[in-house]
Design a binder for this molecule. Sequence first.
Ligand SMILES: Nc1nc2c(ncn2[C@@H]2O[C@H](COP(=O)(O)OP(=O)(O)OP(=O)(O)O)[C@@H](O)[C@H]2O)c(=O)[nH]1
Ligand SMILES: [Mg+2]
Length: 211
Amino acid sequence: MLYEEVDIENARKLFSGECNFIAAALNENAIPPEDSNEIAFAGRSNVGKSSLVNALTNRKTLARTSQTPGRTRQLIFFDLTYQSRKLRLVDLPGYGYAKAPKKDIHSWTSLTVKYLKGRPSLRTVCLLVDSRRGIGDHDKTIMKELDMAAVSWVLVLTKVDKLNNEELKKVKEESHGIISKHPASYPEIMITSSLKNDGLSSLRTYLASFA
Ligand SMILES: Nc1nc2c(ncn2[C@@H]2O[C@H](COP(=O)(O)OP(=O)(O)OP(=O)(O)O)[C@@H](O)[C@H]2O)c(=O)[nH]1
Ligand SMILES: [Mg+2]
């Protein structure tokens, strides 16, 4: 096997290995100790964070999903284990959904922001953007915050099953133009559909490199 094939196979094994719920944190005290490398899933409410965690791990009901924005209210920690390799996945509450919406980052839960900025075991943040909407102002604010906190992140476009080729090309170009200005961003964009399982193997392979 080529090196690349070995990486893909190892990632597949890790993500289909054991996956255990560790904690649901509503306050700082409930955040588990930093005993493994972590990957967090961030983005607007309803963008598909919980669905992506389920699709990556091939489990339909691991993380709770909903058609109504604001489903995930806590920081949810899951541990993936395969042989001696471990990776912790963190499903975050979404931003941009509030009865009285504020445009700035303060409308996101302060616990989430505190977590993202002060977690040395956090290896990277998957920043999810709905491919139909493209990158919005709120996403740009988060990108700047992550850059300033020197937390690396990767842009993940979601729900690409809803786009035709032309629309996909356009959002990819626009997104590349934006992320290229951000020093903490991974230079490649992950193009995904949790519904159709598109792009999941590449994303798993990238994330498994942090295990
Ligand atoms: N067509 C399509 N729909 C999707 C996809 N991923 C998620 N959805 C739908 O989008 C809605 C929101 O999904 P969630 O995974 O709950 O979104 P979330 O980002 O976790 O939302 P919050 O927890 O509220 O922040 C659900 O109705 C999902 O079925 C996808 O790849 N394609
Ligand atoms: Mg959710």
